[in-house]
Design a protein around this ligand. Structure first.
Ligand code: TXD
Length: 313
């Protein structure tokens, strides 16, 4: 059987954290890929040298050559720039689309049977482009956003209710932007509705903070964006695939009629197992939640349209 192979395309803040998490969780051998000479190789060597302490025997290598991702079971794509102050959304789209095209070509050539988890921003556009450029089926290209956004929602709710994070169930739908949709009607603490624990007014404040949580960290860090929680979220998705967990997670999935949408990616609950995105679950939403999801879906379509315009030049 041998160990699974995990290719991390992008060896930056999230990529390096992904490698560490994959190794200490024993998910398989790791290849860190990046275009910067020495960066993936240095991080791989650093991680390998920690192996005797953590007790992992899996291999971890760094490379600037796509041939080293050959046969990967999972590819997690963080390659891309974070938006810099003064950078317009179209500038970011132009830069990261170019990067995504080169990444997709590498995956298509060397890891065409892999499960691809896209992390790079603007997430909803980048996952769309990745599927288009790799030509992989919709069940094997998915975007990481909802797992992170839902974890943020859960963390804030648990702190407010002064309960364990493990007692809070919550999910966020929609695009990975300020109009994401925390689904309050599906939110529970210890099996009871969240409104038994937290007032509507506080819930609204917590949901507003969830929508802006990424920006809150960028404002504090000033030189980058969140990377520990995005990495943890991505690894949860990879683990669900590698261990055939059939775990239901909120992810950016390609819709063909579900929730009344078709032909683009949107954050919804999906079942992830050995078949990748094995099914999309259609939760009952309140009228307000569905309206909010419609708004978010429109913004995703507009973002993809802007990307297509930028690509067309
Ligand atoms: O929830 C989410 N999806 C978001 C995603 C949460 C947080 C961060 N989000 C985005 O992930 C962020 O806006 C970026 O677009 C990506 C990666 O974030 P990270 O913090 O890891 O960025 P880094 O540290 O700048 O790493 C990016 C790496 C860097 O080492 C570059 O050299 C590399 O990408 N890079 C490339 N790798 C491969 N191929 C090409 N062409 C390339 N260009 C740059």
């Amino acid at each position: 059987m041998g160990r699974k192979k995990i290719a991390l395309i992008g060896a930056g803040n999230i990529g390096g954290t992904l490698a560490h998490l994959a190794l200490i969780r024993g998910l398989g051998d790791v290849v860190l890929f990046d275009v910067v000479e020495g960066l993936p190789q240095g991080k791989a060597l650093d991680l390998m040298e920690g192996g005797p302490i953590e007790g992992f025997d899996a291999s971890v290598v760094g490379s600037n050559d796509y041939k080293d991702i050959a046969g990967a079971d999972v590819c997690i794509v963080t390659a891309g720039l974070a938006r810099k102050p003064g950078m317009s959304r179209d500038d970011l789209l132009a830069t990261n689309s170019k990067i995504m095209k080169s990444v997709a070509a590498g995956i298509k050539q060397y890891a065409p049977n892999s499960f691809v988890i896209v992390v790079a921003n603007p997430l909803d556009a980048m996952v769309t482009l990745c599927k288009r450029e790799t030509g992989l089926p919709k069940n094997r290209v998915v975007g990481m956003a909802g797992v992170l956004d839902s974890a943020r929602y859960r963390a804030f709710l648990a702190a407010e209710a002064k309960v364990s994070v493990q007692s809070v169930q919550a999910v966020v739908f929609g695009g990975h932007g300020d109009d994401m949709v925390p689904v309050r009607s599906a939110c529970s603490i210890g099996g009871a509705p969240v409104t038994d624990f937290i007032s509507e007014a506080r819930l609204a404040e917590i949901e507003a903070r969830t929508r802006k949580a990424g920006g809150e960290i960028v404002a504090l860090l000033k030189t980058g964006s969140a990377f520990y929680s995005p990495a943890t979220a991505s690894i949860q998705m990879a683990e669900a695939y590698l261990l055939d967990k059939k775990e239901i997670l909120p992810c950016a999935a390609y819709l063909e009629g579900e929730y009344g949408y078709s032909g683009f990616y949107l954050g919804v609950p999906v079942q992830i197992g050995a078949g990748g995105v094995e099914k999309i679950l259609e939760l009952k939403l309140t009228a307000d939640e569905k309206k909010a999801l419609d708004v978010s879906a429109e913004h995703v379509k507009e973002l993809v349209g802007a990307m297509d315009k930028v690509i067309a030049g």
